[in-house]
Design a protein around this ligand. Structure first.
Ligand code: ATP
Ligand code: MG
Length: 331
């Protein structure tokens, strides 16, 4: 069968106009809220089977067709270079951190903050929930934030405190953050699928999706060696969906991760990010955070395809993430 590789007008991309053979499958997905090719293309075949109760074969066939329609075709390195230069970046409110990240947290990719208890992962997420909403000229993306809270640690009061500390009107910024609480790993994946349907309805212009923490449920839901394979498969599937969301919807995805004991000294003495290799290669940018003196925190960039390993110091202060410590006494 001849494949179509040319771009097609938007209206032709609509589900209802697909060939008969895949009509039923598309109708099922349509009923599940997946109305545009983009929202289907971000899913894995496994996810489509769960959403629409179709076979893996049908899901794969449909995905191949849709990805063709969307003209996901190879590009030259130069085209990619130009695209990369135009990518949106979100400031962390720390010049040191932004410089290490080459402008802040990038859109179209997954950024991971790993670290142990109190390392500053959640505080950085709160900070980004504010700065994403700033206009472009102030280091934001003029967009809203979807915050998936898996540990019940989202604190509107703390976000408001940070906003005030940065001379911003707290209510305006709290309004721009949608918070969803996930209770287990299936629920977490389900919320992400719902997020995709929200994105395509374009009710809100989300530019940042946060999962704080990505790891918690996967670590607690799958205990015992016999469940390890299922866990790793689900992590890979979920991670792949997140990577696709970042790409297709031109937004940043930030996830936090815990640490576990390590036999080598990869990042933090005797610890390394949790979830193993199923996850390790997914985030394009991985930051390892650890406590320093007082409000100081050390961020180490590692495992990056773009940059050498590097460390910088930032501070978690009452007014948010900063290059200066909490109190002058700490200098
Ligand atoms: N209002 C505040 N003013 C100043 N510092 C604060 C404030 N609230 C929290 N912090 C600092 O942030 C730390 C908590 O950091 P954070 O919540 O980011 O930890 P985490 O890395 O997410 O850890 P966990 O793995 O437990 O979730 C506190 O120990 C404190 O040092
Ligand atoms: Mg936390």
């Amino acid at each position: 069968m001849e494949k179509r590789v040319k771009a097609v007008p938007q209206e032709e991309k609509e589900i209802k106009k697909q060939p008969k053979t895949l009509d039923d499958v598309r109708k099922k997905l349509d009923n599940a809220g997946f109305r545009t090719p983009e929202s289907i293309a971000v899913c894995s075949p496994d996810e489509l089977t769960k959403i629409a109760h179709i076979s893996i074969g049908e899901a794969e066939q449909l995905l191949e067709k849709i990805r063709d329609e969307l003209s996901i075709i190879p590009k030259t390195a130069e085209e990619l270079y130009d695209e990369e230069r135009k990518r949106g970046k979100i400031t962390t409110n720390s010049v040191e951190l932004d410089t290490m990240l080459n402008g802040g947290v990038w859109t179209k990719e997954i950024t991971e903050f790993a670290g142990s208890y109190s390392a500053g992962k959640t505080q950085l997420c709160f900070q980004l929930s504010i700065t994403t909403q700033l206009p472009l000229e102030d280091g934001g993306l003029d967009g809203e934030v979807f915050f998936l809270d898996t540990e019940g640690t989202f604190s509107p009061q703390r976000v408001a405190e940070m906003a005030v500390g940065q001379g911003l009107e707290p209510r305006k910024f709290l309004k721009g953050i949608t918070v969803a609480r996930a209770f287990d790993s299936n629920h977490q994946m389900d919320i992400v699928r719902k997020f995709i349907t929200m994105m395509e309805k374009e009710e809100k212009k989300y530019k940042l999706l946060i999962i704080d923490s990505f790891a918690t449920h996967f670590r607690s839901d799958y205990t015992g060696k016999n469940r390890l394979m299922a866990r790793q498969q689900n992590i890979m599937q979920h991670a792949s969906t997140l990577a696709n969301i970042a790409q297709m919807f031109d937004m940043a995805v930030v996830v936090t991760n815990q640490v576990m004991a390590s036999i080598d000294d990869l990042a933090d003495g005797a610890t390394q990010p949790a979830l193993g290799l199923a996850w390790a290669h997914r985030p394009q940018t991985r930051l390892f955070l650890r406590k320093s003196r007082g409000s100081g925190r050390i961020a180490r960039l590692f495992d990056s395809p773009r940059y050498p390993e590097k460390e910088v110091v930032f501070y978690v202060t009452e007014g948010g993430i900063s290059d200066k410590p909490y109190s002058e006494d700490e200098w």
